[in-house]
Design a protein around this ligand. Structure first.
Ligand SMILES: *Cc1c(COP(=O)(O)O)cnc(C)c1O
Length: 350
């Protein structure tokens, strides 16, 4: 395989002159800081937010590197994974010219980001059991194909895609393969970050939004080669991760034990939900899940969805999505929430 990062990039990105912030030019922590037009008296809040944060989040990346078994230089941090997705389009895809391959049903942001960036999307649907159709993917690739997005465990189906299929793409596709592992913490499959040294065309995404319970902070991670991470750093907004987020997540990483016990609770609750869904005759299918949600097929899903809302129970209606006909996606809740959902669903379906 012959992967060449510079020839894959949009030409103007290769030599782009990035913004250099005040905190780029002097990185020491001590001194009289008269370089960034900050307020020297502090903040109007109880906590001080008057200084610009570290634009490269060095301390946080050291800590993430240690738990993820990668080098700090292989990490990009974004304002949610969604920022990384958007930056990939802007770095690699010429609007109106290039295309990406999506594997529906999958996470909606890939297509939205493509549309915002005026990038064509080629869709190669998953099989009925939500695996890759690698032959069709290779047929769909042309010389304008820049990125293939693979989501595993997949949203909304919940299953892992076969590792060997993803490896096949990595071996034979000369563009980028993005493996979105937003739900990796809910199963024991090893991360694709283990393959970073073998594949310069691999980018792995993870997030603090799901298992870590930090969705509101907005912190997504991308892991890739140093060269690729450098590109993302050059085109990102300089202070894309707030100081508050950096500090909070630094402290959160010390509490990994608590995350592990929350994950275990969520998995137990997923079993609870599944068990009680199986008791409802009208439920037609519960797709096996490696994530913190279940995709469930019911008769007349649109109506069931509306009736659940009347009971103030909000699930994700996937009824119109390809291969998810009449399916609702149920996020695993607390025991009380799950009981309330099951009770309402029983009443609706009986
Ligand atoms: C939830 C989710 C994300 C996370 O996005 P953030 O912007 O980091 O909150 C990424 N990918 C998939 C498939 C998801 O379901």
């Amino acid at each position: 395989m012959s992967f060449d990062l510079n020839s894959l990039l949009r030409p103007h990105i290769v030599n782009l002159q990035p913004y250099t912030s005040a905190r780029d030019e002097y990185t020491g922590k001590e001194g009289v800081f008269l370089d960034a037009n900050e307020n020297p008296y502090g903040s109007i809040t109880d906590q001080d937010f008057n200084r610009y944060p570290d634009p490269y989040q060095s301390e946080l990346k050291e800590k993430i590197a240690a738990i993820k078994n990668v080098k700090p230089s292989q990490i990009f941090l974004g304002n949610g994974s969604d920022e990384a997705i958007d930056l990939l389009f802007r770095a690699f895809c010429n609007p109106g010219v290039d295309n990406v391959i999506l594997l529906p049903p999958t996470y909606g942001m890939y297509e939205v980001s493509a549309s915002i960036n005026d990038v064509a999307v080629k869709k190669v649907p998953l099989t009925a059991d939500f695996q890759l159709q690698t032959d069709l993917i290779f047929e769909a690739i042309n010389d304008k194909t820049k990125i293939i997005f693979v989501c595993s465990p997949n949203n909304p189906s919940g299953n892992k895609v076969k590792r060997s299929d993803v490896l096949l793409l990595l071996k034979h596709f000369n563009g980028l393969v993005v493996v979105d592992e937003a739900y990796i913490d809910f199963n024991d499959e090893p991360s694709f970050t283990n393959h970073l040294k073998d594949f310069p065309n691999l980018l792995v995404m993870q997030t603090f939004s799901k298992a870590w319970g930090l969705a509101s902070l907005r912190l997504g991670m991308a892991f890739a080669s140093e060269e690729l991470i450098k590109i993302l750093n050059r085109i990102k907004p300089p202070y894309n991760i707030s100081g508050l987020t950096q500090e909070t997540v630094l402290a959160a990483i010390d509490k990994q034990n608590k995350v592990d016990s929350m994950i275990q609770k969520i998995l137990d609750e997923r079993d609870f939900l599944e068990k009680h869904l199986l008791e409802i005759d009208a439920v037609q299918k519960i797709h096996p899940s490696q994530a913190n949600f279940l995709l469930v097929k019911v008769p007349a899903a649109n109506q069931v969805y509306e009736q659940l809302i009347e009971n103030k129970i909000i699930v994700r209606n996937r009824a119109k999505v390809q291969l998810c006909e009449n399916c609702l996606r149920i996020s695993v809740g607390t025991r009380d929430e799950n009981k309330a959902f099951i009770k309402a669903l029983k009443a609706i379906l009986d």
